[in-house]
Design a protein around this ligand. Structure first.
Ligand SMILES: NC(=O)c1ccc[n+]([C@@H]2O[C@H](COP(=O)([O-])OP(=O)(O)OC[C@H]3O[C@@H](n4cnc5c(N)ncnc54)[C@H](O)[C@@H]3O)[C@@H](O)[C@H]2O)c1
Length: 387
């Protein structure tokens, strides 16, 4: 079978993760990389034997041999790159957030539909095996009626005012930083696991560092600890370091979440806890193979990942036997495998987050920004979503 030919835009943290994950798929070849500079492109291209390297992504869009584009660039580039890719007839896998405004995301959803192209937004964190197990516990009614959904997504890499990344700048990252960057993963997961939808919310956002020291040279994501204190420019910051959101999911379910990029010691702690009328389940991304299951009248359990013990519908998200850990990298493989299956065999089920799910996150983010500005509760419009 002719391999699917893919181009990746962006060579930073996520571009490399995508490159590696695509390489694990059968019948997909990364044939081109678009980078910001030639120096960025060269190591990735050479290490992975990618034949075409360019600093002009449009050159790749003009190439009829390229079937798929992965967009792994800063957020504000997602909309123009995705739009142009769809118009050029490419299937698109875009990093989250899909765009920086609801209007942009709506346009991408309708463009993809009009052109009949596969579209995916990379909410990969859904695809940890134990997250899928939680989803199926909810679906089977094992937790009872869901009363409370709560959690956090906490990191520490922007704790100091000397910490800088393009995400800090609203022109490059969009009007929301912490909520868009990591809160969106949490909300996507909460709706995916429970099958419930946020119906209203009340948000409080905080920018602790209203100015930051911007390095004179560009800094790759998570690499800022390697810099010395020299050569910074004092720069005003409008995007939030922290957000707290109270929310309703329908008539009875209640929830709360915090997202933070200033929590010392928390590297990538997405924690989600679901409390039902029968029992509870809790999961923490920093211990991905463990699921805590809580009971009122018997001992609590720690369920260790083992495909043979997972609910049948969760099993296909675990590739390795019990005791063989599966982590962050593997979630990309799970998304990509399902995305590419719908390209090689069109007409099958689309079991991955699509642009409508990216639009959903933009809608929630927009409500959070409005709520913060007006200091009040905001209704979240009912979504059309794929999951
Ligand atoms: N799904 C996840 O788990 C996850 C994790 C991290 C980041 N992300 C998302 O991935 C995207 C990139 O984030 P990152 O952390 O990799 O950032 P990064 O700064 O590490 O990388 C961004 C890359 O884009 C490149 N770039 C900039 N302009 C370009 C252009 N015109 N053409 C081609 N390349 C260009 C930069 O040179 C850099 O290599 C963001 O949207 C972010 O939200 C997703």
């Amino acid at each position: 079978m002719k391999p699917i030919r893919t181009a990746i835009f962006g060579t930073g943290f996520t571009g490399r993760v995508h490159r590696e994950a695509v390489r694990r798929l059968e019948s997909v070849e990364v044939v081109a990389i678009a980078a910001e500079t030639t120096e960025d492109a060269r190591p990735l291209g050479a290490n992975f034997s990618v034949p075409t390297l360019t600093t002009d992504y449009r050159e790749l869009l003009r190439d009829p041999a390229i079937d798929v584009v992965h967009i792994c660039t800063p957020n504000a580039m997602h909309f123009p790159m995705a739009k142009e890719s769809l118009l050029a007839g490419k299937h698109v896998l875009c990093e989250k957030p899909l765009a920086t405004t609801v209007e942009e995301a709506e346009e991408l959803v309708s463009l993809a539909a009009r052109h009949g192209l596969r579209n995916c937004v990379c909410h990969n964190l859904r695809y940890y095996p134990m997250v899928q197990q939680m989803r199926r516990l909810c679906e089977a009614g094992d937790l009872g009626e869901i009363l409370v959904v709560q959690g956090t997504y906490s990191q520490d890499w922007l704790l100091y005012d000397t910490d800088w990344n393009w995400r800090v700048d609203a022109r490059v990252g969009g009007p929301s930083r912490c909520m868009a960057d990591i809160g969106s993963h949490w909300f996507d997961m909460a709706e995916h696991i429970t099958g419930l939808r946020l119906t209203s919310l009340c948000a409080d956002l905080q920018t602790f560092h209203t100015t930051r020291k911007k390095p004179k040279h560009s800094v790759e994501t998570f690499a800022n600890k390697l810099l010395g204190p020299e050569d910074y420019i004092e720069t005003a910051v409008a995007t939030e370091d922290f957000g707290a959101v109270l929310f309703h999911m329908g008539v009875r379910t209640r929830g709360s979440v915090t997202a933070s990029q200033v929590s010392a010691g928390r590297k990538n702690r997405l924690s989600i806890e679901i409390y039902g009328t029968r029992s509870s389940a809790a999961w923490d991304q920093e211990r991905p193979d463990e699921l805590w299951v809580g009971h009122r009248n018997t001992g609590n359990e720690i369920f260790l990942k083992d495909p043979s013990l997972l609910k049948p519908a969760a099993r296909s998200y675990a590739d390795l036997p019990g005791g063989h850990s599966e982590g962050y990298d593997d979630t990309f493989k799970q998304v990509f495998r399902r995305f590419y299956a719908t390209i090689s065999a069109p007409g099958g089920a689309t079991e991955y987050p699509q642009f409508v799910d990216g639009l959903r996150q933009l809608t929630i983010l927009d409500a959070a920004l409005q709520s913060h500005q007006t200091r009040g509760w905001i209704d979240v419009p009912t979504p059309t979503i794929s999951h």
